[in-house]
Design a binder for this molecule. Sequence first.
Ligand SMILES: *Cc1c(COP(=O)(O)O)cnc(C)c1O
Length: 255
Amino acid sequence: MLRRGPFFFFVFLSMQSTLLTTYSERLAETLPRVREQIARAEAAAGRGEGVVRLIAVTKSHPLECVEAALGAGLRDLGENRVEELEAKVRHFGADAATWHMIGHLQSRKARRAVAVADVVHSVDSLKLARKVSSAAMEGGGLVEVLVQVNTSGEESKSGFAVNSAFDEIAELSQLPGLRVNGLMTMAPFIDDEVVLANAFASLRRLSESLVSAINGFGAELSMGMTNDLDVAIREGSTMVRIGTALFGPRPGYTT
Ligand SMILES: *Cc1c(COP(=O)(O)O)cnc(C)c1O
């Protein structure tokens, strides 16, 4: 077995703090830029300053990334795997941030997700919604959710199909234990602004009809990522989920 002397631990510890410094230094550059980009998009769309909430997507980044994000004043953090979300919440505490579960969630992990997430953005089927609802009832509280809609029609994307979504989401919204804050979508990964705008606009129109038809249905629109946040804000986004523009390319992360 390898003997690890004091020098090893010195190098190990300074590597850890170097990583924190790297994330903090990067954020010092990127966060003001991203905030400015959001503000410019809000202004260009004639929307009030600060109406769009920034969710910092720390998925696949290590604990140092979350530490740097918290240090920079970010309080909405997004994760896409339950195990990783659990590890981060365990480390920093439930109250350190508003924890957003944004990735596809298997029904059998619904209970675990509900235990650690403040908001689940990715309720993408009635089956999952029922599991989240029962988990909420067991926990004796309300779980805040967004309903994911597949606005691109791409098979690789999860979510309710736009055309049949209204009736299913109306049914979902009546499940006990859920507070439906609104809708979420992922646009296709392309640069064509017209295609992106159409995807986001279809989510906004669906939201408008659900909000006017269903009492208590929330008007949040979680849409917009690094590559399409301007278009998303123009089309009415109220929450953008930004990873790469803040933290750079994602390394692997294992718990
Ligand atoms: C990874 C991810 C994001 C962030 O994507 P970036 O392009 O890195 O900004 C946003 N939303 C969801 C659902 C994601 O999985």
